[in-house]
Structures are given as C-alpha cells and as structure tokens.
Ligand binder design. Structure first.
Ligand SMILES: Cc1cc2nc3c(=O)[nH]c(=O)nc-3n(C[C@H](O)[C@H](O)[C@H](O)COP(=O)(O)O)c2cc1C
Length: 150
C-alpha cells in the first residue's frame, strides 16, 4: 500500500480544506494517509511516506507561514530522493505578483531535497470551489500514478 503525508498551514481554514480534499481522494485511491498541521510536523516524518504533499497559505508580500519556517528549513536539508511530492495551496489573487508564492517556495524546497514532482503545482484563490475540487482530485490521482510509475 502507498503511504502519503499531507501537511497544511492555515489561519482561516482554506488550506486545511484543501488538505482534507486531497487526503480524502488519496484514501479513495487506496493510500494510507497521515494529515498534519505544519507546526506539529517534523520534516523528517516525510521520509516515511511515498507521497509528500504540502498545502501552505501565503502571507504579507509573498511570505511563508511563520509557524512553518522550521519545517521549511528542515525540508530543504533532507534527502527525499525517490519520493513523489505535490504542492497545492490557497492564496488570494488580490496580491498580484505575490499570489500563492508559498506554493512556489515549497516546490523549490522539495526540488532542493531531490524529491520528484508527481503533479503540477495547484494554486487556488481563497476557498476551493467545485472546479477546484476537481483540480485537487486530478492532482491526487496524478500523484498516485506518478508514484506507481516511479
Ligand atoms: C495580511 C494578509 C496578507 C496576505 N498576503 C498574501 C500574499 O502575499 N499572497 C497571497 O496569495 N495571498 C495572501 N493573503 C491571502 C491568504 O493567503 C488567503 O486568504 C488564503 O486563502 C488563506 O489561507 P488559510 O484560510 O488557509 O489561512 C494574505 C492575507 C492576509 C490576511
């Protein structure tokens, strides 16, 4: 059975909703999933999963979640060779060039850790709508397919 860890950072709940949607779909696809909040997560926990997912919010001018900075630093220093990763986050298009920058930053951190992108990053505006749920379901499906091929 494939294992997955889905880590979210949230203030108002949107990214927890995204993490819940991805978790539910991964479970439906037969994965054993652990879903955790970022400040309660040790980055090394990811080494036990086949699929690693992060769902982060973006704050002031493209800033990472404060409570996720330790996790972010530790993630970059890991060796996740052979793991499949995905990043799906919610921001707000109101912030223009800073829209969902945390998604890009976490994707870069996974690259730095030598993990393999299992699906294109997903950027969601505010709370996920029906179309976003479909995008997230497709994202989860792609992660599983990539992992099986890997
Ligand atoms: C003070 C403040 C600054 C923000 N800055 C950004 C930003 O730079 N880029 C962005 O995409 N969203 C920004 N947002 C929007 C949040 O990322 C967005 O509301 C997101 O859905 C929050 O996720 P959460 O519900 O999981 O906390 C900002 C929100 C607040 C309140």
């Amino acid at each position: 059975m494939l294992t997955a860890q889905v880590v979210f950072a949230t203030i108002t709940g949107n990214n927890e909703d995204i993490a819940d949607i991805v978790t539910e779909k991964l479970e439906e696809l037969g994965c054993q999933v652990t879903e955790t909040e970022i400040s309660q997560t040790d980055a090394t926990d990811l080494q036990a999963a086949d699929i690693c997912v992060v769902c982060p919010y973006t704050y002031d001018q493209g800033a990472l979640p404060d409570e996720g900075l330790d996790f972010y630093e530790d993630l970059q220093a890991l060796d996740l060779t052979g793991k499949v990763y995905g990043v799906a986050g919610s921001g707000d298009t109101f912030y223009g060039d800073d829209y969902n920058v945390s998604v890009d930053k976490f994707a870069a951190a996974f690259q730095q850790a030598h993990a393999t992108a299992g699906a294109p990053d997903v950027k969601i505006n505010l709370s996920p709508d029906q179309a976003d749920v479909q995008r997230l379901d497709a994202f989860a499906q792609q992660l599983v397919t990539s992992c099986q091929k890997h």
